[in-house]
Design a protein around this ligand. Structure first.
Ligand SMILES: [Zn+2]
Length: 218
């Protein structure tokens, strides 16, 4: 793919041209000149959606940078190079993924703001299992952290901080308001108010003195 839209304010549909089709160890694939689908990465899942070609609909089963599609019924893809397709993204799911991802980043900012010696270093922003890993010491008492963090992060949500994407040469960082920016390749909301209430699911001390914070959004 040559370009991908990362904000959730992206359009629901996009016309794209097939530039290559083929088959490899992962099955059939198709390459478009551009796409609205965001592949799994930056700790968030693949977008879901489909594309339409000559009134037939093909469900996108797996995304790679850069390829793929899945044929529902026999269709000669080899003859479709240079054809225009209409890609349609599952926007409800895309928004949900972006909200979870942004919530994870905001958690890092909240913890780092409460305890400047502790910072987020890793995370997973999949629904129901989302978490952020923190490092630094000394770690505060977990019950105290849970309460303070829950208050702080939701205060930041309500502050309606704008989300800024900064491209620097080849790296991309995400920043909420004037808080610390983190490198990121995922999708995000446009402001923190959009995230809605964040709940802290679980706090756990991990090996190597790290801290795992599980979280959910409504
Ligand atoms: Zn990220």
């Amino acid at each position: 793919m040559s370009s991908v839209n990362l904000f959730i304010t992206v359009t629901l549909k996009l016309e794209a041209i097939i530039v290559e089709v083929g088959r490899d160890e992962n099955g059939d694939f198709i390459i478009f000149d551009k796409t609205i689908f965001h592949p799994q990465g930056g700790g968030q899942p693949d977008d879901k959606g489909h594309f339409k070609l000559k009134n037939k609909q093909f469900v996108v089963k797996k995304l790679w940078a850069p390829r793929n599609f899945n044929e529902e019924e026999p269709f000669n893809m080899e003859e479709q190079v240079n054809q225009m397709v209409l890609q349609e993204i599952d926007m409800k799911l895309r928004k949900f993924y972006a909200h979870i991802h942004s919530a994870g980043h905001l958690l890092s900012n909240a913890v780092n703001n409460l305890y400047p010696n502790i910072d987020g270093c890793n995370g997973n922003h999949f629904p129901e299992t989302s978490f952020v890993i923190f490092e630094g010491s000394p770690l505060p008492e977990l019950q105290e952290l849970k309460q303070k963090l829950s208050e702080k992060v939701n205060e930041l949500v309500k502050s309606n901080l704008p989300v800024k994407i900064v491209w620097e040469s080849k790296s991309k960082t995400i920043q909420f308001g004037s808080f610390k920016a983190y490198p990121c390749g995922g999708t995000h909301v446009a402001n923190t108010l959009e995230i809605g209430e964040i709940t802290i699911r679980k706090l756990k001390k991990e090996k190597g003195g790290k801290l795992k914070v599980g979280y959910d959004i409504k």
